[in-house]
Design a protein around this ligand. Structure first.
Ligand code: B12
Ligand code: SF4
Ligand code: SF4
Length: 257
């Protein structure tokens, strides 16, 4: 089965309308595609061919000041590309109340995939004449506050890939939280957002499975401290050798499940 790709919302609307218009003899809509939309199309196609499952573009001019990057790098880029790769359902279904060796391997392979995919796509963007900086999939640069250069979840929200769920993860309407993320910063003109107007609604599927009881009714009440303690316990007990878990990833198939 080919990977599920969710295209940038606005471009899809435009393409959808153009396709419908062509059936009623109004195909000229295609000629109004802007430079930004054409760039989105090129980058999405390349990302899809690489195997990415999700694609979105975000305007970062109002958030880039908080990135943990050098000053020149912070101001060089005004767009971010959010890319997601879904996880294997079989690996996730095998998780009960703690991470498994299979999940640990899968986690590492996905990080490898995301970093390599972002590298290749950034190189492609550079070939097209623009600058592009791939952000590591999972690298902490401020250990005290556990922060990376750029928050992939935040870029994902701004790019319209999903919302922050009760489980504190990015939730996509099609994949739930069963995907991992990577970001590319660029100066390539791209059509961006808008953010999705969705929420968890009445779903509470992730609350009771969490072994740390870190997940609550209100997403803002997510308890980072007890979550981290549980992940550290898994690592100290040599269940896995990194701070991972996977239970809340498995639990979330999105609000319709
Ligand atoms: C450090 C880290 C951790 C730390 C947590 C530290 C922390 N306080 O965030 C630990 C080790 C505990 C951890 C645990 C896990 N992590 Co982690 N982690 C990271 C990492 C490397 C950096 C996160 C960071 O910089 N946080 C700093 C805070 C400020 O940002 P944030 O939490 O990302 O986002 C918050 C704000 O930006 C804000 N926000 C979001 N959108 C918006 C929009 C606007 C407009 C505004 C104003 C604010 C806002 O709300 C967000 C949620 O609180 C990221 C990779 C990355 N570069 O993003 C992965 C990442 C967040 N982790 C991920 C995952 C999956 C996990 C685990 C499930 C472990 C596992 N793999 O099994 C658990 C889940 C715990 C949970 N339920 O939240 C995924 C999330 C994928 C997804 N679908 O959301 C990421 C993105 C890695 C990846 N490449 O996919 N993680
Ligand atoms: S990573 Fe594990 S402990 Fe942390 S919130 Fe998710 S299910 Fe709970
Ligand atoms: S499992 Fe349900 S409540 Fe939890 S984050 Fe996903 S959609 Fe939201």
């Amino acid at each position: 089965m080919s990977p599920k790709v969710i295209y940038g919302q606005a471009l899809m609307k435009r393409i959808g309308r153009a396709a419908i218009d062509s059936r009623v003899s109004r195909p000229l809509e295609w000629r109004t595609v802007t430079k930004e939309q054409e760039n989105n199309r090129l980058v999405q196609k390349y990302g899809r061919d690489l195997g990415f499952s999700l694609f979105g573009a975000a305007d970062i001019t109002r958030v880039r000041e908080e990135f943990l990057l050098s000053e020149p790098l912070k101001t060089r880029f005004d767009r971010a590309i959010a890319l997601g790769k879904r996880l294997s359902d079989a690996v996730l279904e095998d998780i009960k109340a703690q991470p498994t060796p299979l999940y640990f391997h899968h986690y590492r392979q996905l990080n490898f995939f995301l970093d390599r995919g972002a590298l290749l796509l950034a190189d492609h963007i550079q070939d097209l004449g623009f600058e592009a900086l791939p952000i590591p999939a999972s690298q902490i640069v401020d250990w005290e506050n556990q922060r990376a250069h750029v928050s992939h979840k935040k870029i994902g929200v701004l790019a319209g890939l999903g919302w922050i769920g009760r489980n504190n993860l990015l939730v996509n309407p099609g994949l739930g939280s069963r995907f991992r993320l990577v970001t590319i910063l660029t100066d390539m003109p791209l059509e961006t957002g808008p953010s999705l107007d969705f929420s968890c609604g009445n779903c509470r599927a992730c609350i009771s499975p969490c072994p740390a009881q870190a997940i609550h009714e209100n997403p803002a009440d997510f308890d980072h401290r007890v979550c981290y303690e549980k992940l550290d316990e898994f690592r100290r007990k040599h269940i896995v050798s990194q701070h991972i878990c996977g239970v809340c990833v498995k639990a979330c198939r999105g609000p319709k499940a």
